[in-house]
Ligand binder design. Structure first.
Ligand code: BGC
Length: 735
């Protein structure tokens, strides 16, 4: 079709297909050919939005529009051309995959590839060229409302999990768009936070996952974020976009502004952004096409026409957009993707089951055959959690609740009743998408009555399973609305205490995308860290509760006792100090490289549950490791045994401690490598973990380069950041 229309467009005289339409030609030739045929106006037109989620193509040349979609847990339902409301299509209800925190908790990169491939297939099916995912910002504060869209507090774990996700997405000719670049680590004042961070922390903690996504994942798109860095918004920031991303890392894809993240024409043009999205949303309702007023629309065109802006720079932006189009919708592929198919639900269910973390178990789990009568308590046992939380909110084709999942799994074996216990929220309507929990969440009782009813019922049950946590409502794991405290909301802490008194067979399932304080931990017989698991949520949880899946998730973050213990305690660090006569907050990363477990370990602050921690229904033994150097890597080998009576998976973790250098801040230890291994009961296997020597390096601010201190490095090996029984050392003397 396209080839025919092109012949028409180029006249009968030229029978040859232009290179840009030749699907077999190298991309760069196609880009140059297309570019050479475009007018100045056509070039500018591809650099900004033409609707909420699309930018224009070049219709005269048969070059299609570019369509973006959120991300990161499923393909967002269609919205209207000019506003965020759901457009009411009936064919856009997607598979909701588990939140990225859950993916990180699997510690299994192969699953990240499966995740990426499946969500990429859904994007392809829906005609989306750019998936606005994955989110790879670091968990700096547990109050950040968007941590559920990210992969935890460690740059290595985040990088290792993000890379295969990107590759999986892009195997469908859908661009992954890494976000939010960079330092967007809180939602409160997200457009006004100016981050002050040392170069060392920038390079060691906050940039590695973006760099890995670009250099190892080959991401085709990156989204500069809302916040400021060095007093310039990230979308207008030449250091972040031009110097680091494009020049230093060699990124050849497209930078897509976060929606509304561009503010000033001169600064945007100086900053190096390629594609401007979401600047004002009036669209066609204004007197003129409001998209023409974008910084990278008419204002840019005027500057180009009168010579204030260079055409060479313009061409670089256009090349990047064209490259994205040729990599996606104009790629040599007939693959149309798949949507809501059994295979995608299977991927979602498996990742959900592998990511759930068993934190405590005095024998209540897996649910024993003797249990006949179970009481589930808590709103999250029935509430739809695919809805809410901001731009990642989904219109899911189905969502299995924990109550439904457990009932289905135990049908004929045990009765499962439900009591609400607390009122967190009513049913949600989000951007016109209505949750399907209306009947269950309509309430006439007050809080005291709810507690009393739950406690009375609990007294008669063989087992009580409380399913609570956060819920993606405002301030409860939600974009643009950071959490207000570390504790559980809606009176859940008191309710857990009351339930424990009524029945000591109490399992607490916490659903959240963030660590929550657990002052009630001693009262629970078992604690399960669950996540927003999407369509198959209840099935994945039931798999773990019943033992159909042996839990093997490990925490991708630390669970601290109190906010006061965290590295961000104090106004300077979070939410920052408001600048006089300005809307800007200066936010100081005084903790430097010490985020997450690096902070707690180095400062010897006790925590509720450490990074990397998790239990299962079997036990493991980790033997003495051996270490050899092989070129640019260390090779660590260690025997791991399943010492229990059922098959399961252990994640062997290696942390490195660097030699002291006077005057240089050192973390006590940092993750250097890991491997997850499946073992049958009684089986022993040798696990090999390759650790690049570069892991030993720190970023030397005096020379602006990576440097390895000569001396003794200790590798500690075990099953979490706090359980490291074995040590093996290596001397680094230089190359
Ligand atoms: C979010 C992005 C999202 C975009 C489009 C913004 O508000 O920060 O993550 O991709 O909206 O929905």
């Amino acid at each position: 079709m396209i080839a025919v229309s092109c012949v028409a467009a180029f006249g009968a005289a030229s029978q040859e297909t232009p290179v840009y339409l030749d699907y077999t030609a190298p991309i760069e030739e196609r880009v140059e050919d297309a570019l050479s045929r475009m007018t100045l106006e056509e070039k500018v037109r591809v650099l900004h939005a033409q609707s909420k989620f699309s930018s224009a193509g070049v219709p005269r040349l048969g070059i299609p529009e570019l369509w973006c979609a959120d991300g990161p847990h499923g393909i967002r339902g269609e919205v209207f051309w000019d506003n965020w409301d759901n457009a009411g299509w009936t064919n856009d209800s997607c598979t909701a995959f588990p939140a990225l925190t859950c993916l990180a908790a699997t510690w299994r990169p192969e699953l990240a590839y499966e995740y990426g491939r499946a969500i990429g297939e859904e994007a392809r099916y829906r005609g989306k060229d750019v998936l606005l995912a994955p989110g790879v910002n670091m968990l700096r504060t547990p109050l950040n409302g968007r941590n559920f869209e990210y992969l935890g507090e460690d740059p290595l774990l985040t990088s290792v999990m993000a890379v295969p996700y990107i590759k999986g997405v892009q195997s469908n000719n859908v661009a992954a768009c890494l976000k939010h670049y960079a330092l967007n680590n809180n939602e409160l004042n997200r457009n006004e936070s100016d981050v002050h961070v040392s170069d060392r922390a920038l390079y060691e903690i906050y940039l590695p996952a973006f760099r890995a996504g670009v250099e190892k994942g080959g991401a085709w798109a990156v989204m500069p974020s809302y916040n400021l860095f060095e007093n310039r918004h990230a979308c207008e920031n030449p250091r972040l976009i031009k110097e680091i991303l494009k020049e230093s890392w060699g990124f050849d894809g497209v930078t897509v502004s976060d929606w509304g993240g561009a503010h000033d024409t001169d600064k945007v043009l100086d900053g190096g952004l390629d594609l401007e999205m979401g600047t004002g949303t009036d669209g066609l309702t204004a007197d003129m096409n409001a998209y023409d007023t974008y910084h990278m629309a008419n204002p840019y065109l005027e500057r180009l026409r009168d010579g204030r802006e260079s055409e060479a720079v313009l061409d670089d932006h256009v090349r990047r957009v064209l490259r994205t189009i040729f990599r996606t919708s104009m790629a040599p592929s007939y693959w149309k993707g798949r949507f809501t198919c059994p295979e995608h639900y299977a991927v979602a269910r498996r990742i959900g089951g592998e990511g759930i973390v068993l934190l405590k178990n005095n024998g209540l789990l897996p649910v024993s055959d003797k249990v006949r009568n179970i009481l589930m308590v808590g709103e999250n046992a029935v509430k739809m959690l695919t809805i809410g939380g901001g731009s990642s909110s989904l219109k899911a084709q189905h969502e299995i609740s924990p109550l439904q999942g457990l009932r289905d799994a135990l049908r004929g074996r045990a009765e499962v009743d439900w009591e609400r216990g607390y009122i967190g929220a009513g049913p949600v309507v989000y951007n016109n998408v209505r949750s399907r929990d209306f009947a269950l969440l309509s309430e006439t009782r007050d809080s005291a009555m709810l507690v009393a009813d739950a406690v009375r019922m609990a007294g008669n049950a063989d087992l009580v399973i409380f399913v609570g946590g956060l819920n993606k409502e405002d301030h409860q794991d939600c974009e643009d609305r950071d959490r207000l405290s570390l504790g559980l909301p809606y009176g859940q802490e008191a309710l857990i205490g009351a339930l424990a008194e009524a029945n000591r067979n109490l399992v607490v399932v916490n659903i959240s995308g963030n660590p929550v304080a657990m002052p009630w931990a001693d009262k629970a017989g078992a604690i399960v860290q669950d996540w927003y698991l999407g369509s198959e949520a209840g099935n994945s949880l039931a798999d773990v509760l019943t033992g159909a899946v042996n839990p093997s998730g490990r925490l991708p973050f630390t669970v601290p006792y109190r906010m006061e213990d965290t590295p961000v305690w104090g106004e300077r660090r979070y939410p920052g100090i408001k600048r006089p006569d300005s809307r800007i907050y200066d936010i100081y990363y005084d903790e430097d490289i010490l985020i997450g477990y690096r902070w707690y370990d180095t400062k010897s602050i006790p925590v509720q549950f450490p990074f990397g921690y998790g239990l299962g229904y079997t036990t493991f033994g980790i033997g003495r490791p051996s270490l050899t150097r092989d070129g640019d890597s260390y090779r660590l080998e260690v025997a791991v045994s399943n010492t229990g009576d059922r098959s399961g998976a252990e994640t062997v973790q290696v942390y490195v401690t660097s030699p002291e250098v006077k005057g240089l801040l050192r973390e006590k230890r940092k993750l250097a490598g890991f491997a997850k291994v499946d073992l049958d009961a009684g089986e022993t296997r040798t696990v090999t973990i390759d650790i690049p020597v570069s892991v030993l390096a720190y970023y030397d601010e005096t020379t602006s380069s990576w440097r390895i201190t000569p001396g003794k490095y200790t590798f500690a090996v075990g099953s979490s950041s706090a359980d490291l029984p074995h040590r093996v050392a290596a001397r680094y003397e230089g190359n």
